[in-house]
Write a protein that binds this ligand. Structure first.
Ligand code: 13P
Length: 349
């Protein structure tokens, strides 16, 4: 039994008006994102980028927790303050991605299984000493010809549950993240079926492995048509399908569902979350955000690796955090979105 109240931490991560900033891109992933903007991806550039994010003035009004990557949790700000301490000093809870990525699943072409269980108990102990209080593990589920297979769903759900049990044992709130990928030409109905099947398997396995449901967060993808599907779904359709799917499969004991953005256009990720929270019905769980791309995208494009762009990049992050905070309460409006055009001095409290 650990020393900290995991259910209280889980609730704090979804305190009213707040969501999670995912800043846990692996070096390979952030390098890809930097290279698309012609930013060189050195350890120092990644440190300066994350420092820019984590020192955004006023961010703690909207951001409850930040998910870090192994390299990042060991890095320090210019003044020598370790990043976890820098965040905790603002009332932001530091978290850590503990999976080691999705690898090809043997004998299942086109499907992947997430690895990282070996040595996880020891790594969690180390991350705890470094200040992390919650953890994340992402499984990826592809939709395609004959996919997802029951084999892929089972192996990923099994690993997610093993990770979640180890995390709770080590006094961490596990974020359980089965991501149904946006890639493909499938309809929204196919995505609904795949997401429902995934969530049923995950919760069955969590129960089998003695994971305590009120001490975790579910990080889910939304129910969306594939990126190559010819007809886009409306914001209302996505919101309705996502909520209906979650209600079928997610026990009410789960403290909250936080969404990943998954490559959705940034403003749409905000609009979808808002629509779910503006339905006029009380959901069994708060619905919040844990976005990487949909929060960081405009900030990274503004920053471009240059110290002179730090203030503009921070304004961009502040704005997306503020809009998603409003969406988390169903109060996102076009006027709020347009407020980005105002100078920072007018927008900050
Ligand atoms: P995106 O919001 O960019 O999908 O990232 C969220 C995340 O943490 C993926 O694991």
């Amino acid at each position: 039994m650990g020393t900290h109240d995991l259910a209280a931490t889980a609730r704090a991560l979804v305190a009213p008006g707040k969501g999670i900033l995912a800043a846990d891109e692996s070096n390979a992933t952030i390098t890809k994102r930097f290279e698309a903007l012609e930013i060189e991806s050195t350890e120092e550039a990644r440190r300066r980028y994350r420092q820019m994010l984590f020192t955004t003035p006023g961010m703690a009004q909207f951001i409850s927790g930040v998910i870090l990557f192994d390299e990042t949790i060991r890095q320090k700000a210019d003044d020598g303050t370790p990043f976890p301490e820098l965040l905790a000093g603002q009332g932001i809870i530091p978290g850590i991605k503990v999976d080691r990525g999705a690898m090809a699943l043997a004998a299942a072409p086109g499907e992947r299984v997430t690895e990282g269980l070996d040595g996880l108990r020891e790594r969690l102990a180390e991350y705890k000493a470094l200040g992390a209080r919650f953890a994340k593990w992402r499984a990826v589920i592809a939709i395609g010809d004959g996919r997802p297979s029951a084999y892929c769903l089972d192996t990923n759900a099994h690993a997610l549950a093993r990770y979640a049990a180890l995390s709770q044992e080590a006094d961490f709130v596990p974020i359980v993240e089965p991501e149904v990928l946006l890639d493909g030409d499938h309809s929204i109905d196919r995505c609904f079926e795949a997401t429902e099947a995934t969530l049923h398997r995950v919760f069955r396995m969590l129960e089998d492995q003695h994971v305590v449901l009120d001490q975790l967060l579910l990080k889910s993808s939304m129910v969306l048509p594939g990126a190559k599907y010819p007809e886009p779904a409306s914001v209302a359709e996505v919101a309705e399908a996502t909520v209906r799917c979650l209600r079928r499969a997610v026990p009410a004991a789960v403290p909250a569902v936080v969404f990943l953005s998954g490559g959705q256009e940034e403003l749409l990720a905000t609009a979808h979350l808002n629509a779910m929270n503006a339905m006029g019905v009380v959901h069994p769980w708060p619905l919040s955000f844990s976005y990487a791309r949909a929060l960081q995208g405009p900030a990274m494009r503004a920053w471009r690796g240059e110290a002179r762009n730090v203030a503009a990049a921070q304004q961009a992050l502040y704005h997306r955090a503020r809009c998603n905070s409003a969406a988390r309460e169903g109060r996102y409006t076009p006027e709020l979105e347009r407020a980005a055009a105002q100078p920072a001095g007018d927008r900050r409290p």
